[in-house]
Design a protein around this ligand. Structure first.
Ligand code: ARG
Length: 472
């Protein structure tokens, strides 16, 4: 770290003070080591501000030209890793402004006219977050595209659907995956919706009360691609609700992927054996040579904790703050950056990982034989033949008990055995005919759930087609 501009005062605000801060306080209060990530956005915001100042006659045309020239050089220095970030200059804003002044002189000192770091930082975060959201939306799209491919290949692959982790009814693996598609669709909606509130311009609020210069906020908003300006200066510099919304959307997305991960982990356990994951997402054990561990889904599940933590951190950061800006807000960045990084990496990995799922269809089908998965279909069959549902439920419960005793599945009963098992429920046995075996099969059960949102393979394919038509 070198101070390249030591001819200037050490601090942009130093005039008022009689003693310097200690090294510890300097380090404690500085943010340059993390907020330098917003350098590109800071320069963009400054250029729009300078352009507006020149248009409004607040600074001269030559000042603007000097600022643009200096900023172009600084952007290059940062890009090439040559920029000397300096702890003495606190944050990304003062570092860049100081370098600008070193490069172009007085024009650099005029840049901050009609502006405060308070509205500057709020603008930078919003620009940064808008980029992050756009990247996340694109990555959700990639994830969805790959998910739809796997779902389509398995639109008719039968597996047990579970409630309480007990075999409940047959579903298709494609239908199961499409549940995660629906979750991701809502996640994308949430990010897109949060983006609308991110995309408003705080600049012009200055420190908190606005500014006495004849600024044109609408012009700056247009230059920076904001949909509108923030309409209250106190609110504009102080609230971070847009960042909290982003973290909330992120926490939900991670929660969904954490649930998916939990299933992948369980399905990959040899005790279940429904799938295998490609080796590139797994690691071995340093002691047990046979192990293949699903590390990536486990980490997704684990990283959900830090994203949830960031959401709570930001909510807690905000809750006690009086209007307007307080330094507390400097603490918003690390949780925000970490959340975006985690979501972006997780989505990237996930999109790839699901293409590497090897489906073990035989194991899924075998599992269907172990839990009387078509018991509800048998009850529905009795109802369709005139038995009240509660009686049908009881009759089938007796049949399941008999199957338990015999150690077989319902379709393995003969017609007489099935009737005998239900004998205690009046009206049940005589309603069971030869055609009962059609509904007791997995295929029959699946095919019968053919309404919108049902698991029938034709409906799963329709859901996939519907989803594809909304993806670019
Ligand atoms: N680094 C500060 C932040 O992240 C910039 C704003 C500082 N403003 C101030 N008055 N100290 O919030």
């Amino acid at each position: 770290m070198t101070d390249t501009t030591s001819s200037q005062p050490a601090k942009a605000w130093s005039g008022r003070f009689t003693e310097p801060v200690s090294d510890l306080v300097k380090r404690y209060t500085a943010s340059v080591f993390f907020d330098q990530r917003m350098a590109r956005q800071d320069i963009r915001g400054s250029l729009a501000h300078a352009k507006m100042l020149a248009r409004q006659g607040i600074i001269g045309a030559q000042d603007l030209a000097d600022i643009e020239r200096g900023m172009a050089q600084i952007a290059g220095e940062i890009e090439r890793g040559e920029f000397a970030w300096n702890l003495d200059d606190e944050d990304v804003h003062l570092n860049i402004e100081k370098r600008l002044t070193a490069l172009v002189g007085d024009a650099g000192k005029r840049l901050h006219t009609g502006r405060s770091r308070n509205d500057q930082v709020a603008t930078d975060i919003r620009l940064w977050l808008r980029d992050a959201i756009d990247q996340i939306l694109a990555l959700i799209g990639d994830f969805q595209k790959n998910l739809l491919d796997v779902a389509e290949a398995n639109a008719a692959t039968a597996m047990p659907g579970f409630t309480h982790l007990q075999v409940a009814q047959p579903v298709t693996f494609g239908h199961h995956l499409m549940a995660y598609y629906e979750m991701s669709r809502r996640d994308a909606e949430r990010f897109a919706d949060a983006r609308r509130r991110v995309n408003r311009l705080p600049l012009g609020a200055a420190a908190l009360a606005g500014t006495s210069y004849p600024i044109d906020r609408e012009f700056v908003a247009r230059e920076l691609g904001f949909d509108e300006v923030c309409y209250n200066s106190l609110d504009a510099v102080s609230d971070r609700d847009f960042a909290i919304e982003f973290c909330a959307a992120s926490a939900l997305l991670m929660t969904h992927l954490s649930r998916f991960s939990e299933e992948l982990i369980m399905w990959m356990s040899p005790r279940v054996g429904f799938i295998d994951l490609a080796d590139r997402f797994c690691t071995g054990s340093s002691i047990m040579p046979q192990k293949k561990n699903p590390d990536v889904p486990e980490l997704v599940r684990g990283k959900t904790g830090r994203v949830n933590g960031s959401l709570i951190a930001l909510l807690t950061l905000m809750k006690g703050q009086p209007l307007a800006y307080n330094k507390d807000n400097q603490e918003d960045k690390e949780p925000l950056f970490d959340t975006a990084d985690t979501v972006i990496d997780t989505l990237r990995i996930y999109a790839d990982m699901i293409t590497g799922i090897r489906v073990k269809a035989d194991a899924m089908r075998d599992a269907l034989k172990q839990g009387y998965a078509t018991a509800t279909d048998l009850a529905d069959y009795l109802v369709k033949n005139g038995l009240p549902f509660r009686d049908a439920h009881e009759a089938v419960a007796l049949a399941v008990r008999a199957a338990d005793v015999k150690g077989c599945d319902l379709p393995q009963f003969s017609l007489d055995e099935l009737r005998a098992a239900m004998a205690h429920v009046p009206g049940a046995a005589e309603r069971v005919k030869d055609d009962v075996f059609g509904v007791l099969t997995v295929e029959g059960s699946l095919a019968s759930r053919k309404h919108v949102g049902g698991t029938a393979p034709e409906q799963v394919r329709a859901a996939i087609a519907r989803a594809r038509s909304t993806l670019a």
